[in-house]
Ligand binder design. Sequence first.
Ligand code: ZN
Length: 313
Amino acid sequence: MPEVLKAPLAVEFPFTRSLSPVQSAFLTGLRERVILGVRTRDGRTLVPPVEYDPVTAEEIGELVHVGVTGTVTTWAWNHAPRRGQPLDTPFAWVLVKLDHADTALLHALDAPGPDAVRTGMRVRVRWAEERTGAITDIACFEPYDGRDSEVTVNAGEFEDPVHGIVAQARLDYTYSPGRAQTAYINALAERRAVGERCPSCRKVYVPPRGACPTCGVATAEQVEVGPSGTVTTFCIVNIKAKNLDIEVPYVYAHIALDGADLALHGRIGGIPYDQVRMGLRVEPVWTEGGGYPDHYRPTGEPDAEYDTYKELL
Ligand SMILES: [Zn+2]
């Protein structure tokens, strides 16, 4: 059996979010090198602040100034920092209970090694040189053996408050498509489309997932399908996607390859977008060097009868 494929996969997008008054004050405070907590009715101070008391669900908003020094309540050593983390050298993730706060804040501690970190150690904020109103305005924490910081009450009112942030969300995976799709991808490299047939209901799945979702049994018999197919349904795309060099409008379609019992997705080219129709016969146009179809284009055959693909919509 050929080796199952795997490859790195990154999913990333900028996540734009608005801020509540409490979070706006907290992040604007960081920009001004002030750390604000929020006080609950029973007198606890929560840092980072939230809009609702996590115990009573009561709305809260009384902001108080807490220290820029604090105590590590627990920690874990990060020996291999990843892209986008607070430090690019090994560091400790720490929960820090800032002076005058009752809850702990998660952040990074710059320390030479795990032997230099312990629960109960005193630390202080190291501010980022450039601050924009984000949690990264705290560059990290650093060990500290000086005096506790003085604090004053702060109403959380600043000029030019931050009302929204853009967080760069990114997830790194090692993706494995599994046995069935490995065979499918390897066949694509030879410009062939190979599905798998269910031993029970005889349906041919393309791309194969390794099992029939209807019968709940493994599929193993490989079946070559296509290369031509029929447009079963389609949509016209009018919004240009970032990083996708395709002029809009264009057509994205469900295409049932000949011999397949499931339609796959593909872009339709080689025909004006407003002439694409259900039943249109198409064939793949391969990318440079093969690998996968770039798009599908009309074969010039007569349209397929509706009855031949009505179960594949
Ligand atoms: Zn089945």
